[in-house]
Design a binder for this molecule. Structure first.
Ligand code: NAG
Ligand code: NAG
Ligand code: NAG
Length: 176
């Protein structure tokens, strides 16, 4: 908890140059993960509000290199540049966090979330600095079982590579 907080303060300082009213957080993920970049606004005060996500700092209007935009209630499909970009949070609670599916190292970089609060110069600008690290090479369970064509042993299901991967990742994270 303390570590996360310090990271946040540090990244906030690093990102301060972007805008005096912007927020900036650092997020680190590994290739192959689905990663969520946080962005929330006060929907009780402002009502459902249009939001856009883009790459790079949020400019004076709209979003640069836009990835998707909402009409306040849902993603405007014509604005979504790839199905890898999704909003999985409760939009009706102001949670417009961006989930990027199956991240690669090319996804590293700064992302901007603009909440278009009505009135001049009221827009909220949130920034997330994403770092994607290559997932370590993992030894997966031997796949000899999968070559068996018969279904005579349905109860001896071998651990799937997915389960093994998750376990290894969790163990590594605890070691850090
Ligand atoms: C984003 O994070 C990287 C790696 O920690 C850092 O080098 C870079 O300066 C950060 N960028 C911003 C805008 O904070
Ligand atoms: C990413 O999300 C998709 C769709 O929800 C899911 O099928 C997939 O297993 C997820 N990947 C990881 C690494 O969690
Ligand atoms: C994830 O991305 C990698 C590299 O782009 C690709 O090879 C792989 O098929 C993708 N996996 C899924 C589940 O989309």
């Amino acid at each position: 908890e303390i570590k996360v907080h310090r990271w946040f303060l540090f990244s906030k300082a690093v990102c301060l140059f972007l805008s005096s009213v912007s927020e900036c957080v650092a997020v680190t993920g590994q290739t192959g993960q689905n990663i969520t970049l946080p962005c929330k606004y006060d929907i009780k005060t402002n009502g459902p509000t249009e939001v856009c996500w883009g790459r790079g700092p949020v400019p004076n209007s709209r979003c640069s290199h836009q990835l998707l935009a909402t009409d306040g209630y849902k993603v405007k499909e014509e604005t979504r540049v790839s199905s890898r970009y999704q909003l999985k949070g409760r939009l009706d609670e102001g949670d417009v966090s961006l989930t990027i599916m199956n991240i690669t190292e090319e996804d590293t970089g700064l992302y901007g979330c603009r909440v278009e609060i009505s009135g001049p110069f009221n827009d909220e600008k949130h920034h997330v600095n994403l770092t994607v690290k290559r997932a370590p090479r993992l030894t997966t369970t031997p796949s000899s079982d999968t070559t068996s064509s018969s279904s005579d042993s349905p109860q001896t299901t071998a651990a799937t590579p997915t389960a093994g991967t998750k376990h290894t990742l969790m163990r590594m994270r605890r070691d850090v």
